[in-house]
Design a protein around this ligand. Structure first.
Ligand code: DGL
Length: 244
């Protein structure tokens, strides 16, 4: 099967990584919209335009299915776009909230972009779960992660997460796909487990086996980006492509 995966930048690579590990014998085409990041500050109309271009690009590459590896798009416009195209399109919030219900978690902290937090999509999906859900937008995490500015991370961890220390939170839900890249730092800071959203999404998908191939596209590429991509998924061919 040929699987298209996309995000605003490198965050979706955390989902791609789990897809590669759990469904290895497939063809993957990744698109990271580094030219238009951050998506967390875009309007729904802007996100619809951007995702339409990306989805059409992936369809032009003959994908059989598309995974929106972006919490922001999943929380804001997924319901409106999911049936608009000829290929099945999957989000990340449905599998994550389904898994949380199965795990019977009672107290969790959701961290995500402003847009995802404001959408209240997680609360909507978890209504029946009787879970105490704390929510925290962490907008400065994405630029820190994209630019590997780990020295700033300690300050921002304190700014966003200090208030959640010692609240007996069972699990942290990274509602933004960038955050698993710093899950070790978040887990150490709060001393709480971080949900493995890549694994959850990968396990929720039924992907038939075919041949093994990976192609990675970004709308803007520089040396920092190449290094970060290599850190996350290893050596791969990266191509810069501007969508019109
Ligand atoms: N990786 C993204 C998400 O899951 C987007 C972050 C951003 O572009 O603001 O929400």
């Amino acid at each position: 099967m040929r699987v298209g995966v996309f995000d605003s930048g490198i965050g979706g690579l955390t989902i791609l990584k789990s897809l590669l590990e759990n469904h290895p014998n497939n063809e993957y085409i990744y698109f990271g919209d580094t030219l238009n990041i951050p998506y967390g500050e875009k309007t729904n109309d802007q996100l619809k335009d951007l995702s339409d271009k990306i989805i059409r690009f992936l369809i032009s590459k003959k994908v059989d299915m598309i995974v929106i590896a972006c919490g922001t798009i999943s929380s804001s416009i997924y319901d409106e776009i999911k049936n608009k195209y000829d290929v099945p399109i999957y989000d990340i919030i449905n599998p994550i909230t389904n898994q949380l219900k199965k795990l019977k978690i009672k107290k969790a902290l959701l961290i995500a972009t402003d847009k995802t937090i404001e959408s209240k999509k997680f609360e909507e999906k978890l209504k029946s779960a009787n879970m105490e859900l704390y929510t925290q937008a962490c907008p400065k995490f994405v630029p820190i992660i994209e630019h590997k500015s780990k020295d700033l991370l300690e300050i921002e961890l304190g700014e966003y997460l200090y208030q959640y220390k010692n609240l007996d939170i069972e699990v942290v839900i990274p509602g933004c796909t960038h955050y698993p890249i710093i899950s070790g730092e978040i887990a150490d800071y709060l001393n709480v487990d971080i949900l493995d959203i890549g694994l959850i999404v990968a396990k929720s998908l039924d992907i038939e086996y075919s041949i093994n191939d990976l192609k990675v596209y970004f709308s803007a590429v520089d040396d920092d980006l190449k290094e970060v991509v290599k850190d996350i998924i290893g050596d791969c061919e990266i191509e810069e492509i501007k969508l019109s």
